[in-house]
Ligand binder design. Structure first.
Ligand SMILES: [Zn+2]
Length: 206
């Protein structure tokens, strides 16, 4: 099965790009290498000049060429794919998305970042059903990361399994903050109880 392995730095950049422009779509390049059935994404960069409309992202191709040329000098990795976000939780590819993926052809990986506002904190996990990973970023967003590639033989876009070891660290941090929050709540409760007791004692004294 084809899969994509996202590094810590790439994961951070993909998520931050999407959060930064939220309500609008983000777009960027994925750099790394491909070995057999695995795409190793080492770096990810969001494009500043992408025209960010809620349903579609386009970037003038001359700019894209300029950036890709720049990567050739600044990174030891090659451009192996792209990413873009869907704010508002739409987790399917649009017709344009599918067309773009087809035009890139085989050996190119497209990552879709689905964003949803959510106050509930969910730990990061792998979702077998759609081969994606998902979880919370703070108490603001629920994020799902999906990946796709084009297959010449079947003339179809296929889902690619997403892997990111950094999820574990993010979960550790989420759990740590949760614990701290509980501790703080407990302390606040105790101090309120103390205040009440203090008042009661004051009233009792002559
Ligand atoms: Zn899209």
């Amino acid at each position: 099965m084809t899969k994509i392995v996202i590094s810590r730095d790439a994961f951070t950049n993909i998520v931050v790009s999407a959060v930064e422009v939220h309500a609008r779509e983000s777009m960027g390049a994925l750099l790394g290498s491909r070995r057999k059935n695995t795409y190793f994404v080492k770096e990810a960069y969001g494009f500043q000049s992408a025209e960010r409309k809620p349903l579609q992202v386009k970037m003038k191709s001359f700019r894209e060429k300029r950036i890709n040329n720049c990567f050739k000098y600044l990174s030891r990795h090659n451009v192996i794919g792209d990413f873009h976000s869907h704010p508002g939780g739409y987790d399917k590819l649009s017709t344009n998305d599918e067309r773009d993926i087809e035009s890139f052809g085989e050996d190119f990986i497209s990552v879709l970042v689905v964003m949803k506002k959510s106050k509930r904190t969910k730990l990061w996990k792998y979702n077998k059903r759609d081969k994606s990973i998902s979880g919370s970023i703070g108490e603001n967003f629920f994020v799902k990361i999906k990946a796709f590639e084009w297959d010449d033989e079947f003339e179809k876009v296929f889902s690619v399994k997403v892997e990111c070891k950094h999820m574990k660290n993010v979960n550790k941090t989420i759990k740590y903050y949760k614990k701290m929050k509980k501790k703080l709540e407990k302390m606040e409760k105790t101090s309120k109880a103390h205040e009440r007791l203090k008042l009661k004692l004051k009233r009792m004294l002559p």
